[in-house]
Ligand binder design. Structure first.
Ligand code: SAM
Length: 215
């Protein structure tokens, strides 16, 4: 790729999701990415041949602009739309600029849905975590795949916010018509400063992959 996501170097379980996609959905499947940001996952999915619906509410992530980087550095970032054009992937991606929790306009019937560390954003705390999770689930056709990586609690305040969850707690949102295929978690690890978190910090992350067995 000629362009890079601002999030390129943050830890991810995306390879596990991609491996499950390759086994379980067709090569031209439609994948929804919730909290698509500047396309760290949207671009590889499109480049792999999938049709992608990219949902993101942050205009800066979509249209680019001036950003603050660690070390008091200001820079001009490309947004998702420009990255897609440069990489000639825009014909495979539908970009939807909206708050995922504020709309019901999405068609069910996606082959898979993916989100990476999005629901813990404070703007989502006004809704129970279940709202975010069930909205994701509703997008997926029977036989399709749910994938989420998420922040687990590290700081004391995180334990008071259900959006910093664990694979066990998240599993409770999956009824009999779901088959949980894989859960993973990290221990606490140090991550270098990056956009959005301008100082080195500690994280703990989890992953849950589930297949929808029926309606
Ligand atoms: C941590 S960032 C994404 C980093 C990730 N590694 C990536 O590039 O996909 C999470 C993104 O989710 C978006 N987001 C969080 N809540 C959202 C919501 N309710 N609707 C749409 N986007 C949301 C944020 O604006 C942010 O761009």
């Amino acid at each position: 790729m000629q362009t890079q996501s601002l999030w390129e170097h943050t830890l991810t379980f995306f390879p596990q999701f991609l491996a499950a996609l390759r086994e379980q959905v067709s090569p031209d499947a439609t994948i929804a990415v919730i909290g698509a940001s500047d396309g760290k996952f949207v671009l590889p999915l499109a480049a792999a041949g999938y049709q992608v619906i990219a949902i993101e509410r942050d205009p800066l992530a979509l249209h680019g602009g001036d950003i603050q980087l660690p070390g008091d550095v200001r820079a001009r970032a490309l947004g998702l739309n420009d990255r897609l054009k440069v990489e000639q992937l825009d014909d495979r991606v539908q970009v939807v600029e909206e708050d995922f929790l504020q709309t019901d306009s999405h068609e069910a019937g996606c082959d898979a849905v993916w989100t990476s560390c999005s629901w813990h954003y404070s703007a989502n705390h006004t809704h129970p975590l279940a709202d975010f999770v069930t909205r994701m689930q509703r997008l997926i056709r029977p036989g399709g795949l749910f994938g989420a990586e998420f922040m687990m609690p590290v700081e004391e305040r995180h334990h008071l916010i259900e959006h910093y969850t664990s694979p066990e707690n998240l599993s409770r949102h999956f009824a009999h018509n779901w088959n949980i295929q894989l859960t993973l978690r990290t221990s606490e690890f140090a991550e270098r400063a990056h956009v959005g978190q301008l100082h080195d910090h500690q994280h703990r992350m989890g992953l849950l992959l589930a297949a929808r067995t029926s309606k």
